[in-house]
Design a protein around this ligand. Structure first.
Ligand SMILES: [Zn+2]
Length: 152
């Protein structure tokens, strides 16, 4: 079963800038969205502080995670993915693989070396996830009797 991560081009651009700006440290963020069949769609994200302040690893303070989960539930979204950057190629490290098994949601990795993305998921082993970048994704939000569109 092929898993697909559907994510706005703008979001990919903003995550890449966040990671490039944080160099030489690794960066991390949580991806919020919805899961539908085999496609996870990103609607929002929360940029996080790398608690390790390391070039080779990342961790997130439980307080920051708590706030991210609160933000997700307030917007009716779930935490569907974990983003982090690598100063090397966008392949999971041994430590990543261990944590992917503990957090079996999509892991999106951005390489600050070649500026490419890749995504993986633990499901009886590490499997690649297809990234579908979408232009100007829109989501309708009802506010009273008015409907507004938000662009991500
Ligand atoms: Zn990593």
């Amino acid at each position: 079963m092929l898993k697909i991560l559907s994510i706005g081009r703008n979001t990919l651009g903003r995550l890449a800038k966040f990671a490039d700006d944080a160099l030489p440290m690794e960066s991390c963020a949580l991806l919020l969205g919805k899961e539908e069949y085999t496609t996870d769609t990103v609607h929002d994200f929360v940029l996080l502080k790398n608690n390790d302040q390391s070039k080779y690893s990342f961790s997130v303070h439980s307080r920051d995670l708590f706030h991210a989960y609160q933000k997700a539930s307030r917007s009716g979204l779930s935490v569907i993915g974990i983003f982090h950057s690598h100063p090397s190629l966008p392949r999971p490290s041994e430590k990543d693989k261990k944590f992917m098994e503990l957090n079996p949601i999509v892991w999106l990795i951005y390489s600050t070396l070649n500026h490419k993305y890749s995504a993986f998921l633990y499901s009886d082993g590490i499997i690649p996830v297809q990234i579908n970048s979408i232009q100007g994704m829109r989501r309708s939000t009802s506010l009273g009797n008015k409907t507004t569109s938000l662009t991500f």
